[in-house]
Design a protein. Structure first.
Length: 369
């Protein structure tokens, strides 16, 4: 991998995620929801009523514009196992959470109010994603399927079958007529949303696929894997256009395009996040200080206030880095287990985070504009 230079990415529009542990020896991995214990089948039938708690003394955020100033606003409880993935709806009103307890829950983005539980998968869920119009969800499960859901009715519209192992990650394209998925079967699949049929199977990697993401116009897909590679694919043809390789070859646990589509953010299991100019195959920025050696932890671009890079960590915290200076701008403490997933609200200064099974909660953090 090219050594990290301090070339400045043009971030004027750089921005407008896995709780999982991919282990060869055990089928219990925690991705963002990624499968609970697949052998115990512990279902936790005691459906406890979801709750939202508010911290008693919210502190006033720092007025300094150079600091993010996020504070804990709400703690959402209801899942009975690890919460693998949290995603805000593009409209901004809702937060979806996916869990190893086999369920998806919908919450209010601004007040943390529980709305509904969506059920149907037979095993734990590792990832969930919204369609652009905020009407549909797609979920990826250890039961080897993806499901398309109508959020308003909580009904399953299609079950996408074809992967031969756990499905670990998923995303809609911006047009929301396609879904991309990545699996432990080492393939990336592209699905037609209307019919539920698999359009293409890409023999993408030589190890489990940890993340898939479309660029802003849907013409490209980026995938990452434990084989140490990030690959860029042409959506229409299924051809591999580029492969990014790290010299040390650590497993790549997450990848996504920047909001402007010019860069990719990649997480590796050597406690490192890197911002790449993938056209040049050049690493522009390296972000460190968090802990990530075991789990597939989501990372994000935060662009509603300052320009931050946001990630969970195995030390139970959420980290925010200044995108340009690479310095840690804030560290959010409150969870009591590995923070697998974080997500940034599309318009407000709100971050959602979720954690492994010793915690099982979702936290909403807010900064005053």
């Amino acid at each position: 991998m090219a050594s990290s230079s301090d070339e400045k990415p043009s971030t004027s529009d750089i921005g407008g995620s896995i709780i999982r542990q991919i282990s060869e020896t055990q089928p219990t991995f925690s991705h963002s929801g990624g499968g609970g214990d697949l052998t115990s089948g512990s279902r936790s039938t005691s459906e406890t009523k979801p709750t939202t708690s508010v911290p008693t003394t919210p502190q006033k955020p720092s007025s300094s514009s150079s600091k993010p100033g996020y504070q804990l606003r709400y703690t959402l409880k209801g899942h009975t196992m690890a919460v693998a993935s949290v995603k805000f709806s593009p409209c901004g009103d809702w937060l979806a959470s996916a869990s190893a307890d086999k369920t998806i829950k919908i919450w209010g983005s601004y007040d943390g109010k529980f709305e509904k539980t969506i059920v149907g998968h037979k095993l734990g869920i590792s990832d969930v994603a919204w369609s652009t119009d905020s009407r549909l969800l797609v979920s990826a499960s250890d039961d080897k399927t993806l499901k398309l859901w109508d959020v308003a009715t909580a009904k399953c519209l299609k079950t996408l079958k074809g992967h031969s192992n756990y499905v670990f990650c998923c995303n809609f394209n911006p047009q929301s007529n396609l879904v991309a998925s990545g699996s432990f079967d080492e393939s990336v699949r592209i699905w037609d949303v209307k019919t539920g049929k698999c359009l293409k199977t890409l023999p993408a990697h030589s190890d489990p696929v940890s993340a898939v993401h479309f660029n802003r116009d849907g013409s490209l897909i980026v995938s990452s894997s434990y084989d140490g590679l990030c690959r860029i694919w042409d959506t229409a043809s299924g051809q591999c256009l580029k492969t990014l390789i790290n010299d040390e070859n650590p497993p790549v646990s997450f990848v996504k395009f920047s909001p402007n589509g010019k860069y990719i953010l990649a997480a590796t299991l050597d406690n490192t996040l890197k911002l790449w100019d993938y056209h040049k195959g050049k690493c522009l920025k390296t972000y460190t200080g968090h802990r990530n050696e075991k789990y597939c932890i989501f990372a994000n671009f935060s662009v509603t206030g300052g320009k931050w890079i946001v990630s969970g960590s195995e030390d139970h915290c959420v980290y925010l880095w200044n995108l340009q200076s690479k310095e840690i701008a804030q560290k959010l403490s409150g969870h009591c287990d590995v923070v697998l997933s974080t997500c940034c609200h599309p318009t407000a200064n709100i971050i959602a985070s979720s954690a492994l099974e010793n915690d099982k909660s979702i936290k909403l953090w807010q900064s005053e504009p």
